[in-house]
Design a protein around this ligand. Structure first.
Ligand code: GLU
Length: 337
């Protein structure tokens, strides 16, 4: 096999992928009527494997994510007394949400295990979705009063700025740059940027990415840090993380870089890839909110603090992230007033 090339790029493994898929359908469908197997995988047009829509080469240098210089992870102190569900303070941001009858949550449907659509139930679920459900429960006494807006990584800030969502819960790192445009809760999870590479590629760390094609989703902190750590990497950007995985499988990029937790979710979908190298830097995930809604920031921090205190945070971790190993526990909140 050609080293550095993903096995699924070969015709043989392309066929293998179809056999696995067919097997899955047969298992799921045992007892169904008849099933006619395709004789061969569909050929790609003119033998050229298409790239996912929206693929670009990064031509600008993105900022290096930095949460230290502005003390970004310090958020607003929760209220001394959290309101009971269905008893939101009059004229508060939460009262407006309660009157509307649903919390509008911006998230993704392709960021396993944080937010993804369960293929069997069709439900959106994951660690981030559970955080959103906990906020809904605190407002309505019901975790299900949520309207989801599917956002790509690059859409998150604008959705908060134009007020089309109440909160963004989508692996969104708290940074000084973003704080100029949006507000954040205290951190609810700490990830670490790493590298995903094919198992036979010989890539083991950031040094091995010199002159390589490295994929990252647009609008993410992952780009700026990779540009700083490996200026010789050629950064290819996509709309979603799933697109990066497809490009890796098709041999169109040599590696993917982002937060370890997202990479682990991609690796779980493909036995031929692995997460490699030491952590490149910490990413503090916060709930994004529009600026000017300090009451909502305090309220969400109250929900997060309650869930850390009553063990709910660990239950959420164990439900979605236990394959990352035992948890170090929730991040410590610091409040600035
Ligand atoms: N945590 C990184 C960010 O906020 C990447 C995560 C993502 O794209 O969802 O940019």
């Amino acid at each position: 096999m050609n080293p550095g090339r993903h096995p699924l790029t070969s015709r043989r493994h392309g066929a293998a992928r179809w056999i696995v898929l067919l097997g899955a359908v047969v298992v799921l469908c045992s007892g169904c009527v008849t099933f006619t197997a395709p004789e061969s995988p569909p050929p790609s047009a003119a033998g050229v494997t298409p790239t996912p829509p929206g693929v670009q080469t990064a031509t600008t240098t993105e900022p290096v994510p930095n949460s230290q210089s502005c003390n970004a992870t310090a958020s607003l102190r929760p209220p001394e007394q959290m309101p009971e569900p269905n008893e939101m303070p009059p004229n508060s941001t939460m009262a407006v949400i309660a009157a509307r009858g649903r919390l509008v949550v911006g998230t993704d449907i392709g960021s396993n295990p944080f937010s993804f659509r369960d293929p069997l139930s069709g439900d959106i679920q994951g660690f981030d979705v559970d955080i959103a459900r906990q906020i809904s429960a605190a407002i309505f006494g019901d975790p299900n009063r949520i309207e989801y807006r599917v956002l790509s990584s690059a859409d998150r800030t604008e959705a908060l700025r134009d007020g089309s969502v109440d909160v963004v819960v989508k692996t969104m790192s708290i940074t000084c740059d973003r704080l100029r445009e949006v507000s954040f809760s205290a951190p609810y999870y700490i990830a670490s940027q790493r590298i995903l590479a094919p198992k036979n590629s010989g890539i083991t760390d950031v040094d091995g990415l010199a002159d390589k094609r490295v994929c990252a989703a647009r609008g993410t902190t992952s780009i700026g840090r990779m540009q700083a750590d490996q200026p010789r990497a050629k950064i290819i950007t996509t709309t979603t993380w799933a697109d990066c995985l497809v490009m890796l499988q098709q041999g169109q990029v040599d590696a993917v870089t982002t937060d370890d937790a997202i990479l682990a979710g991609l690796a779980a979908q493909d036995p031929w890839v692995e997460v490699v190298g030491p952590g490149l830097g910490a990413e503090y995930y916060g709930v994004g909110m529009p600026q000017g809604h300090d009451d909502m920031v305090r309220f969400v921090n109250g929900v997060l603090a309650e869930n850390k205190a009553n063990g709910q945070w660990y239950a959420t971790y164990n439900r979605w992230l236990s394959n990352l190993g035992p948890s170090y526990g929730p991040p410590q909140a610091t409040y600035r007033d």
